[in-house]
Every structure is written in structure tokens, then in C-alpha cells.
Design a protein around this ligand. Structure first.
Ligand code: NAD
Ligand code: UGA
Length: 421
């Protein structure tokens, strides 16, 4: 099929490259002309395993091209809207990019095309998009939320846990569902409101698991239990499972925080007080303060003028994405309290915060009174602790991702504080 993809970020670029890989003719539009030029040369702006190969293959086969105007991607059987839906000040999802794209597409869409909402959008948006297309009764609109996870974008897309397609038009739903036939995932056909809510419910549930385990970790610290054993003991119950039970500095990234806020907001609008999710947000915010307090305590009660080494700035391992990163929020607070921060992240060379970037973990630790681990990069596990200790003013570590064995660290002379242990 001829496919148009609007937006060439994590979701749009992955969707475009994967559908080209599956044999479709794909035109991907992004409003950023510099990005379009870069991508047309096969040069990617984000680090995702295998994505560069799929983009290169698509370009070489002539099945993938990039354009700067959504209208130039509109001559297609199916057009996927994959633009950002960031948080507005009141927590609601800002739909201005989605609306702008649909208005641009409306007059130029191919006859009988299907417009697909792949951006994460609140309940009612599929209907709203249909209303924006009032002059185009021939065009159908469906919701097809995306569940990919950064760092595994291609794998999540080509081997998804499920495909959800929602709307009122059965034929349009079938056309979109058929595009995913080859990936062989369970496919759910729903009404548009359910499809839209599935996306928010899934992200909010993951966030709830994380805040739950963080709250349990806090309790563990007070009663002398070890959260790692507690979550292991919980996870063996298949009804609970092991995933999303890793305590840490709180959930971050471009999606979980904004989607939880948006679900609270849209629940409020619908007349439902989603107090449970307010609690999830509160625990998450507190978790950042708790990590800062642990660093302050190990530094001796104040951070003013204290050198702190930071390991990890990305919102999670295996990505260079710092959007809504708990690590960056914590670094900002450390700096506010007067700390001199030296940081290292394997995927990041610079950030918009007043930190000195080291070339490796040892350089970040040089002269530091405390080192704090904020992202769970597995390569931090193979640090030479003897050498790390020797670099520091005195060996003290806040392991906010519970990456290390406290006994090994203590054996190397470190004062060690983890999370919930
Ligand atoms: P992103 O910010 O990485 O990319 C969005 C792209 O859209 C940008 O490159 C921007 O230039 C482009 N754009 C904006 N307005 C445009 C316009 N009028 N015409 C053409 N291009 C335009 O965003 P993302 O992370 O890919 O997320 C997109 C949507 O998918 C969001 O709703 C997000 O919640 C959802 N989502 C994201 C992920 C993820 O892991 N990042 C996973 C699932 C769902
Ligand atoms: C998340 C979801 O996992 C995807 O399914 C969804 O499609 C996506 O949001 C989205 O809607 O954009 P992602 O943002 O890539 O994907 O991040 P996750 O891997 O879910 O991690 C989110 C945050 O939770 C990270 O800060 C991570 O460190 C933290 N986390 C995760 C924990 O603190 N503990 C855990 O056990 C798991």
C-alpha cells in the first residue's frame, strides 16, 4: 500500500521504516526541514537499535522517502499521524500539532483514504479529527495507538504484544489491521474511545506499578526489609509478574509522566476523580526529593560547594533521550543546592544544565564527595570500584537504581546507600 506517515520522531520514523521493511511504499513528512534533509541522507537523529539499517534499506529500495510538508505525504491509502502530544500547563494533552496536521491534510488526502491517529490522544480525538474532515466524508478515521518502548522501538513495532485498532468504520479498521498481518500479534478491534483509553490505561498502569514499588521501597527503609527480595517474592506470582517492579528515582521519559497527567485531567473532565493516579504522581515526585536527600546525607548534611559525580542522565538505559528525565531533574536540584556536578552518560555528550561532562565514570567521580547512579546503564556494573574509590575525595555512593551489590561496594571501602535496602 501507499502509506503517509506524519512526524519523524520515535514513533513516526519507526513506523515509516518498519512499514517500508514490510514492503509498503512510504512517504514520511516532518515539519523540521533540517531533519528531513538528514534523514534523506540516511543520517538518524535518534539512537535506536536496527533503525538506521531499516531506514538505509528503505531509502536504497526506493520504498521510503522523506518530505518536509505533510501535504506531500497525503497521496496515500492510509496516513498515520505520529506528531507529539505534550502536556499543556493544566496537564491535558496539547493536540495543536495533531489538529494542524489534519487541517493541512484535509484538502489533499487521496479519495477514500484512512487517517490513523497513532499519536497518544485523549478519548474523543478520533471523533474530533473526523469533524475536522467535515469536507471529506469519503475519508475514514481510526485510532491505532502505539505501544513501542524506547531503546527497543523496532523490536516493539515488528513484534508487538498486541495491535489495537478502534473506530466506527469496519472496513477502515480492517484496512489498518491488515497492515499488521505479518507481525502476527493479537489484534483488538474496538470503538475509538476504547482504543484511545487502552493506551492511557496501559501507561498509567505501568506508572502505578513503579510508584507502588517505590512506595514499598520507602517502607522497606523504615522497617529494615530489602525491596529486592520483596519485589522478587511478589513477582513470582504470575498475576503480579516481575516487570515494572524496579524501584529507582521515579518514572520519567516523554510518555509515562505526561500520559498519567493527561488521564487525570481527562478523568476530571468526565467527572471522575482519579485519586489513585494523583497518588502515583505524588510518590513519583517525592522519589526525586528522596534521592537528593540521600546524596545530601552522604555529603554530610549540605550540598553547598560539594562536588557530586553523576552516573547517567538519560531517563532510562539504552537511550539518549533526556525528555522528562528523573536524572536531569535530580541534577537540577543538586545544582540549586550549590553542588558542583560532574556527569557521565554513555549516550549523552551535553545537556542544558550546569554540569561538567566527564569522558567516563572515573572522570565524573574525580574529586567527588558522593557519586550518584541515576540511570541503569549495564556498563556501570563493570566499573573498577578500586579505581573509582581512588578518584574520589572519599568513597561514597548513592545507588538510585540498585545496580550494585552493597557488600562488594562496602568491601571496596564505599559508604553505600541504595533504594529500599
Ligand atoms: P517526537 O517529538 O519524537 O516526534 C514528533 C515529530 O513530529 C517531530 O519530529 C516534529 O518535528 C514532527 N511534527 C510536529 N508537527 C508537525 C507537523 N505539523 N507536520 C509534520 N511533522 C510535525 O515524538 P514521539 O516520541 O515520536 O511521539 C509522538 C506521539 O506518539 C506522542 O503522542 C507520544 O505520546 C506517542 N508515543 C510515543 C512513544 C515513544 O516511545 N516515544 C511511544 C508510544 C506513543
Ligand atoms: C513507555 C511504555 O513502556 C511503552 O509501552 C509506551 O509505548 C511508551 O511509554 C509511550 O507511550 O511512549 P518508554 O517511555 O520508552 O515506554 O519507557 P519505559 O521503559 O516504560 O520506562 C519509563 C520510565 O520508568 C523510565 O524512567 C524507567 O527508568 C522507569 N522504570 C521502568 C522504573 O523506574 N522501574 C521499572 O521497573 C520500569
Amino acid at each position: 500500500m501507499d502509506l503517509g506517515i506524519i512526524g519523524a520522531g520515535y514513533v513516526g520514523l519507526t513506523t515509516a521504516a518498519c512499514f517500508a521493511h514490510l514492503g509498503h511504499e512510504v512517504t514520511c513528512a516532518d515539519a523540521n526541514p533540517a531533519l528531513v534533509a538528514k534523514l534523506s541522507a540516511g543520517d538518524l537523529h535518534l539512537a535506536e537499535p536496527d533503525l538506521d539499517r531499516l531506514v538505509a534499506d528503505g531509502l536504497a529500495a526506493g520504498r521510503l522517502r522523506f518530505v518536509a510538508d505533510a501535504a506531500d505525504a497525503a497521496d496515500a491509502d492510509v496516513v498515520f499521524v505520529c506528531v507529539g502530544t505534550p502536556s499543556d500547563d493544566d496537564g491535558s494533552a496539547d493536540l495543536s500539532a495533531v489538529v494542524a496536521v489534519v487541517e493541512r491534510l484535509a484538502p489533499v488526502l487521496r479519495r477514500n483514504a484512512v487517517v490513523v491517529n497513532k499519536s497518544t490522544v485523549p478519548v474523543g480525538t478520533t471523533r474530533r479529527v473526523r469533524e475536522l474532515l467535515v469536507e471529506r466524508p469519503d475519508v475514514a478515521v481510526v485510532s491505532n495507538p502505539e505501544f513501542l518502548s524506547e531503546g527497543h522501538a523496532v523490536r516493539s513495532f515488528l513484534d508487538p504484544s498486541r495491535v489495537v485498532v478502534g473506530g466506527d468504520d469496519a472496513a477502515a479498521i480492517t484496512r489498518v489491521a491488515d497492515l499488521y498481518k505479518e507481525v502476527g500479534a493479537p489484534t483488538l478491534r474496538t470503538d475509538s474511545a476504547s482504543a484511545e483509553l487502552i493506551k492511557y490505561a496501559a501507561n498509567a498502569f505501568l506508572a502505578t506499578k513503579i510508584s507502588f514499588v517505590n512506595a514499598i521501597a520507602n517502607l522497606c527503609e523504615m522497617v529494615g526489609a530489602d525491596v529486592r527480595d520483596v519485589s522478587l517474592g511478589m513477582g513470582h506470582d504470575p498475576r503480579i509478574g516481575f516487570q515494572y517492579l524496579e524501584p529507582g528515582p521515579g518514572f520519567g521519559g516523554s510518555c509515562l509522566p505526561k500520559d498519567v497527567r493527561a488521564l487525570v485531567h481527562s478523568s476530571e473532565q468526565a467527572g471522575y476523580d482519579f485519586a489513585l493516579l494523583q497518588g502515583v504522581i505524588e510518590v513519583n515526585d517525592e522519589q526525586r526529593d528522596r534521592v537528593v536527600a540521600k546524596v545530601r546525607d552522604l555529603a554530610g548534611g549540605t550540598l553547598d560547594g560539594v562536588t557530586v559525580g553523576v552516573l547517567g542522565l538519560a531517563f532510562k538505559a539504552d537511550t539518549d533521550d533526556v525528555r522528562d528525565s528523573p536524572a536531569l531533574a535530580i541534577v537540577e536540584r543538586l545544582v540549586e543546592e550549590g553542588a558542583v556536578v560532574q556527569a557521565f552518560d554513555p549516550a549523552i555528550r551535553s545537556v542544558d544544565v550546569a554540569v561538567t561532562m566527564g569522558r567516563d565514570g572515573y572522570e565524573a567521580a574525580r574529586g567527588a564527595r558522593v557519586v550518584v547512579v541515576l540511570t541503569e546503564w549495564s556498563e556501570f556494573r563493570s566499573l573498577d570500584f578500586e579505581r573509582l574509590a581512588a578518584e574520589m575525595e572519599r568513597p561514597a555512593i548513592v545507588d538510585a537504581r540498585n545496580l550494585f551489590n552493597p557488600n562488594v561496594l562496602r568491601h571496596h571501602g564505599f559508604e553505600y546507600t541504595g533504594i529500599g535496602r
